[in-house]
Structure formats: C-alpha cells, structure tokens
Design a binder for this molecule. Structure first.
Ligand code: DGL
Length: 276
C-alpha cells in the first residue's frame, strides 16, 4: 500500500525544532526523519490561537501526505496551542491511525525528579505562556508544585537573527531571568519551554544562579519518543529506517541552509515547500 511506511515528521515554526531533531537522532539514528520548518511565517510565539492552529494543521497534513505516520510538534507554541485540537478533532477523521505528539508533556514529566523546592519556573514565548499549558500539565502530575512563567518575547528573535552571543542577548536574558526569580525566589528548576532557547544556553547559564537547574527539552523528548516507539509496535513498523534526514522549509532553501547548519553543526540541504 502506498505511504504505508515513511519517515518521522518533525515540525517547528522555524529552526528551533532542530534542537529536538538533533537529540532524537542521537539516540535513534536508524530512523528516517523529515524536518519541516515554517520559516516564512515564523515566529508563532506572538500569534493567536487560531492562526497557530491553522498553520500547524497545514504542516501536519503536509507531512502526512509525505508518508509520515508519526509527527512530532517540536515547537512548544504549536504544542500548546494546536496539539489538543489536532489530536481530538482532526486526527479521528483525517488519519485515525497516525499520531501527532508534542514536546510539553515529556518535559513536564521529569520535573518531579529534579525540583526539590517544588517551585518551578517556565521561560517560553508569549503564546506558550498565555496558553497556560505548562501550568495545566504540571498541575495534573504534580498538584503541589508552584509554577511561575515568564514570557521572553525577544529570545526567539535573538536566535533567529544570530544575535545569541551578543551584548543584546546579555541584556534580554538577564532581564527575563531576574524578573522570573524576583517573582518567586524559591524556584530551583527552570524549564526552557521553547525549542529555540538551547542556542542561548551559554548566556542563560551565565545569568542564572548556579544552584538552579536549567532544563532543556531535547534529550527528554527524545527519551520519551524512544520509549513510546518501544511500546507501540503498531507505529514503529510504519517508520522507514535508512538513517536519512530531509529538510523542508517554507522559506528560500539557501536561507534555511545557512542557519540550520548552525543548529545542526553540519551542512544541510533543504527544499522549499508551500503549505496551504
Ligand atoms: N520554537 C518555538 C517554540 O518552541 C517558538 C518559536 C516561535 O515563536 O515561532 O515555542
């Protein structure tokens, strides 16, 4: 049957999902991956629910058409604003046997083992913070935790514009960290709730007090996916395993290639696609 097997689809509004892809690939190099970045319409973090949902479902439909049976929304903003609707309303009629998974749940699952004070900070895009998805997911698993979220509207633009190692980055990273910790000085763990933020890791570490755990999602999402696939034979048998990665972008291919190479630490070749 056509499209019976295909790569794992990885979707992000731009380059951020590459930090997730990189970690997934480290522990599961055998699979094929199809990365799609909606770079022409990034950032999503400042967009409304309806628009993020519309863009995300377009991407999911596109990846399904390319043969992906499993799609990872490697974007917190899309996971926060579109995942539930896609899982509950779209999948049953669109493709009942295919799956779309997000990055928020696997991240939240680990904080119980990390935080001792049970006071956790979230740093994310304004969209993710407004959605309160982290608060809701943490309350389900760890009802006694206190969660304080800080929107960091400048962090994605700093990364997208390759300004993550400049005095401008120092200013905004310090400002948002200080403000988060002023709101709740008992925070001992901070989740980087945006897949772009690992590129700011040096600056974040520099301005974050040493005693605070900084939680990056990539490895946790990768481990959780590995576990998911080991439990779901019905899904893993639909994934092709030749160890390839293809990159698709809604921007010009050469623009994507130059920046994606920084995220992936290696040259990449991309193709331009159009979503509708
Ligand atoms: N990488 C996306 C995330 O994890 C945010 C980027 C954007 O604002 O589009 O939330």
């Amino acid at each position: 049957m056509k499209n019976d097997r295909g790569p794992i689809g990885i979707f992000d509004s731009g380059y951020g999902g590459l930090t997730i892809l990189k970690e997934i690939r480290k522990i599961m190099p055998q699979y094929d991956y199809l990365y799609l970045g909606d770079n022409a319409r990034t950032p999503y973090g400042t967009r409304s629910f309806d628009v993020v949902y519309e863009f995300t479902i377009q991407a999911v439909r596109y990846l399904f058409k390319q043969g992906c049976h499993l799609v990872i929304l490697a974007c917190n903003t899309a996971s926060a604003k579109a995942l539930r609707t896609i899982q509950q309303n779209d999948l049953p009629r669109l493709a009942p046997n295919r799956r779309v998974l997000g990055v928020i749940r696997p991240t939240v699952e680990v904080i119980g083992d990390i935080s001792k004070t049970h006071h956790v900070g979230i740093m994310a895009t304004p969209g993710t913070v407004r959605s309160k998805t982290y608060e809701l997911e943490i309350a389900k698993l760890f009802p006694d935790f206190k969660v304080t979220s800080k929107a960091c509207p400048m962090w994605v633009p700093l990364v997208e514009n390759e300004e993550y190692n400049t005095p401008g980055a120092d200013y905004f990273v310090k400002k948002n960290i200080d403000s988060l910790l002023q709101q709740d000085p008992q925070i001992d763990s901070v989740i980087l709730g945006c897949t772009h933020y690992p590129l700011l890791r040096d600056k974040i570490r520099q301005w974050m007090p040493d005693n605070i755990h900084v939680i990056e999602q990539g490895n946790y999402v990768a481990q959780s996916l590995k576990e998911y696939l080991s439990r779901h034979d019905d899904m893993s048998k639909h994934i092709t395993s030749e160890g390839t990665i293809r990159f698709l972008t809604t921007e010009q291919a050469d623009v994507f290639q130059a920046k994606a190479a920084i995220f992936m630490d290696t040259a990449v070749e991309a193709e331009r696609v159009f979503l509708e």
